[in-house]
Write a protein that binds this ligand. Structure first.
Ligand code: SF4
Length: 458
């Protein structure tokens, strides 16, 4: 097992604001001059092809606000609100589906939020059936939903399974009561265990748990206890996300007192200790922030070099074309990013006006595609195969990235990677700071430098 003895100076040197690279170019680079006509053309072009599609549906509602939340949410206890929202989703789905010559086959289907399980069982079933009517949804493929342990019960889980969901991701974050109170998200281990065991009984193909490190009052010792409890449950996969404290972008984060947050050094140690526990308990480290049992499909994809990344994080399939439905949702179609408006009232108004609720988009240039490919390779495979690059883009990697050579040499001096004639291989330390390596390939980041839109890399 690797032992990382990094000095505080080294950790602080690498701890700079930078993107998480769930997309390249990153979202701040998408522009609002992307029009509905652009999107219609893309939909028509794609519609004429016999290629499958992935779908993401965003449900923005949550019963209460978790103070660390970085998502686009609407807080309400009124389930009726979801009825209006579903009606508008139907209209958006109809407009998009009408552009396709025949029903598109769906190979990845994901519900996220907010809290999809904010909806009651009837609302969930109604929306699921609408997608089934509008697309060719293959239930053998990945049909996933994010669940909040506080808004599900066994009956709702059974409804999800009966509809055809086969993967569940449950947000746990931390089991420590003091930490939970400090972020306004309280639930017991027993509650999570009861839901988890029932998911297993129902035969979900994969049950995943999410944790967050860097939250107030977390220490190496108390977070280790949460990690051990998670390992006891034996989820197929665990995502261990770093908390990004950005109160200037998300004012509710001011409810978290900065003095209660672990220091950068402590936060880094929390991650390393967690990683150590997962490995001891039989989990493989997968890419930047995931741990998975050897039997899990994500572990297999990582080993085979077929892991992918998009705005939902790491994925098993390339999802070269996916459409996002709902407020703030993101799609990627025909090498173009598309994002809906983040304002719920505007979302309703635009659909009432007979428009698609677009906010911004980005049509990728060849240079974007080359950098996107390179960054994805670094994030998902921890290496770059220069011959593969040449085959794909018909240009020599070193020639094209002449400017980036200095960055790569500096990374090599810092022990983040090894440069070979035909490959870049990320070192064990480089795996921990992979975002820093990627930043050197980010043309837009280079123009603007580090800025406060992004979280720090530790
Ligand atoms: S449940 Fe999730 S989306 Fe909703 S407020 Fe909490 S963290 Fe944010």
């Amino acid at each position: 097992m690797e032992n990382f003895e990094l000095s505080v100076e080294t950790i602080n040197k690498f701890n700079v604001p930078g993107p998480r690279y769930t997309s390249y170019p990153t979202a701040p680079e998408w522009k609002d001059d992307f029009t509905e006509n652009n999107y219609f053309k893309i939909l028509n072009d794609f519609g004429a092809k016999d290629e499958p599609l992935s779908i993401y549906v965003h449900i923005p509602f949550c019963e209460s606000l978790c103070w660390y939340c970085g998502c686009n949410v609407k807080i309400s206890k009124n389930r009726e609100k979801a009825n209006d929202y579903i009606d508008y989703l139907f209209k958006e789905i109809d407009t998009v589906a009408s552009k396709f010559e025949k029903k598109k086959e769906i190979t990845q289907f994901h519900w996220g939020g907010g809290t999809p399980t904010f909806m009651n069982e009837e609302q969930i079933a109604k929306l699921f059936r609408k997608i089934q009517d509008s697309f060719d949804l293959n239930l053998d493929e990945e049909v996933a939903i994010e669940v909040d342990p506080r808004t599900i019960d066994h009956h709702k889980l059974k409804v999800l399974r009966n509809l055809g969901f086969n993967r569940v991701s449950m947000g746990v974050q931390d089991f420590n009561p003091k930490v939970q109170e400090a972020v306004n998200r309280v639930h017991s281990f027993e509650l999570v265990k009861s839901h988890y065991d029932y998911c297993r009984e129902l035969g979900f193909r994969s049950v995943n748990l999410d944790l967050i490190y860097g939250l107030p009052f977390q220490t190496v010792e108390n977070f280790a206890e949460s990690v051990e409890l998670v390992c006891d449950l034996r989820p197929d996969r665990v995502a261990l996300y770093s908390y990004a404290h950005l109160p200037w972008l998300k004012p509710h984060m001011k409810l978290i007192h900065e003095t209660d947050l672990p220091s950068t050094e402590e936060k880094f140690k929390i991650f390393l200790k967690s990683r150590e526990i997962f490995m001891k308990r039989g989990y493989l480290t997968i890419a930047m922030d995931h741990f998975a049992l050897e039997t899990d499909e994500m572990a297999k994809a990582f080993m085979n070099g077929t892991l992918h990344r998009n705005f939902m994080g790491y994925t098993l399939k390339p999802a070269e074309n996916f459409i996002g439905f709902g407020v703030s949702s993101i799609g990627y179609l025909e090498n173009c990013f598309i994002q809906n408006t983040k304002d719920l009232n505007e979302y309703y108004q635009m659909i009432d006006d007979g428009n698609l609720p677009l906010e911004r988009g980005k049509i990728l240039k060849e240079d974007d595609l080359m950098r996107q490919w390179t960054i994805n390779s670094l994030m998902c495979k921890f290496k770059v195969d220069k011959n593969e690059f040449k085959q794909k883009f018909e240009i020599d990697f070193d020639t094209y990235f002449e400017y980036e050579k200095e960055h790569l040499q500096n990374c090599e001096k810092e022990d983040l990677l090894k440069l070979k004639d035909d490959k870049i291989i990320i070192s064990p330390i480089g795996r921990l700071f992979i975002r820093n390596v990627c930043m050197g390939f980010d043309w837009y980041f280079r123009q603007q430098g580090a800025h406060k839109k992004f979280s720090k890399t530790v």
